[in-house]
Design a protein around this ligand. Structure first.
Ligand code: FE2
Ligand code: FE2
Length: 197
């Protein structure tokens, strides 16, 4: 899936202010990225606990969780290389605000969970791409570019799962609603540098 295809689902592109904030704080961004990869694996695993008999979902989310843990390990190797301790970091409001959009009744809950994850993956893809393009450290920039394709694939997998369990027109309508909210959340730059600030 190309960058353009993925970004089409995002209501608004990332602002230059985010890129400036990220480039001025590359170490914090790398640490936050480590937390993001661990959380991405956790979200996939948690969904398998909630829907253990949904065969397609379990199959796809197993693959995603494995890949996110590999990314987690790779980012942690970068932290080691740069002697950045794997310290806790408070999260920006992005994830909790998106999670608050997930409705409680099924099958809405399943659909919203899949689409929120799809949007997070699409945004990660976009922002890792920007880091890959603008990061002044060539090796680190190359690393960011190497992760982009998987994040785009993850976006696609969550979207395909949504269409497997829900009607296409319902998926399209809800994705449109959520993508507007996702862009609104990011319209105010969070004061601390984060992948999703
Ligand atoms: Fe990842
Ligand atoms: Fe991902």
């Amino acid at each position: 899936m190309s960058l353009a295809t993925t970004i089409k689902i995002l209501e608004c592109s990332t602002s230059d202010r985010w890129i400036e904030q990220a480039l001025a704080n590359l170490d914090t961004i790398l640490l936050d990225h480590s937390h993001c990869e661990r959380k991405a694996a956790g979200i996939a695993i948690n969904m398998m606990f909630r829907y253990p008999s949904f065969r397609q979902l379990v199959k796809q989310l197993t693959a995603i969780a494995k890949e996110e843990l590999e990314h987690f390990e790779q980012v942690n190797q970068w932290l080691d290389k740069k002697e950045i301790p794997l310290a806790p970091l408070n999260s920006p409001p992005y994830g909790s605000k998106l999670k608050a959009q997930i409705r409680h009744q099924e099958p809405d809950r399943l659909l919203d969970s899949l689409l929120v994850s799809a949007l997070i993956e699409a945004r990660s893809h976009e922002r890792l791409g920007l880091l890959g393009e603008h990061c002044p450290e060539p090796e680190l920039a190359k690393f960011y570019r190497s992760l982009m394709a998987s994040e785009a694939r993850h976006y696609g997998m969550y979207w395909v799962l949504a269409t497997q369990y829900c009607e296409r027109k319902v998926v399209d309508k809800r994705l449109e609603e959520l993508s507007i909210i996702e862009s609104e959340i990011l319209s105010t730059l969070y004061h601390e540098p984060r992948i999703h600030s």
